[in-house]
Design a protein around this ligand. Structure first.
Ligand SMILES: [Zn+2]
Ligand SMILES: [Zn+2]
Length: 249
């Protein structure tokens, strides 16, 4: 599986883009930055968009991604998310006020469809996708993505997420990589808990119960203003990403 980190920061700052991760050139996980990072011809290759939740750092470029796809491609694009996420997009962004109701602009066939991600998983352009409920906000999801022998997990914004760590444990080391959000430094633990995010110590607690741990663990969604502090506090077996990285698992 090819994984391109287009952006993965927990906020917008100069040089830092919010979350958009491109899988195998055609499946986009979250829509925080792809339109401003990818050239148009690569945007046109996107066929599925998996949304973890509707917070603006994860959806803010969705209107512009869909605009590029809608105007220049003939293939279907499916936007997946929980029922809460799809409803929030319809009511608050694609509502005819903030942005057009894009699903109603479809031409002869449905070029853009919004679909509720089924609990028992779905296929997206050759990838098998399973959803993981997280505690961040109602309807927030993580995704477990399988491509042949490679399994990779993206936590989305999580909160403490015991279900996520139980699932990691149940995979018994078959997970090639875990991308997990860490947003705030340890000194902000109370605020992190209030906003349902992780700190390095809270991540360490979640990882402590895992044996064996996934081959590689990457912290992402770090708030840029706290980057140096968070990186200094990460558990020793956890790397971090800030955007621009490319992996093959
Ligand atoms: Zn976020
Ligand atoms: Zn969020």
């Amino acid at each position: 599986m090819k994984i391109e980190i287009l952006g993965c920061s927990g906020s917008v700052a100069q040089g830092y883009n919010t979350t958009s991760i491109l899988l195998n050139d055609s499946v986009l996980l979250d829509a925080g930055s792809a339109a401003s990072v990818l050239p148009e011809e690569r945007l046109r290759g996107i066929r599925h968009i998996l949304l973890t939740h509707a917070h603006i750092d994860h959806v803010k470029e969705l209107p512009f991604i869909l605009e590029a796809l809608y105007s220049q491609t003939d293939h279907d694009v499916t936007v997946w998310g929980s029922a809460n996420t799809i409803e929030a997009l319809r009511d608050n962004i694609f509502n005819g006020v903030i942005w057009p109701r894009v699903a109603e602009l479809n031409r002869a066939k449905a070029l853009v469809s919004f679909r509720t991600a089924p609990d028992d998983g779905f296929a997206a352009d050759g990838l098998a996708v399973e959803t993981i409920r997280t505690e961040h906000i109602p309807g927030s999801l993580g995704y477990l993505v399988t491509d042949g022998p490679s399994k990779v997990m993206f936590s989305g914004d999580t909160g403490l997420a015991p279900d996520l760590f139980h699932l990691v444990k149940s995979l018994e080391g078959s997970l090639k990589a875990l991308f997990v959000e860490v947003s705030f430094p340890d000194r902000m633990e109370a605020f992190a808990k209030l906003t349902m995010h992780l700190t390095p110590s809270l991540l360490g607690t979640g990882l402590a119960g895992l044996a064996p741990t996934p081959a590689r663990v990457f912290a992402y969604h770090i708030k840029p203003r706290y980057l140096d502090e968070v990186v200094a506090e990460l558990p020793p077996n956890v790397a971090y990403i800030t955007g621009g990285e490319v992996f093959r698992f």
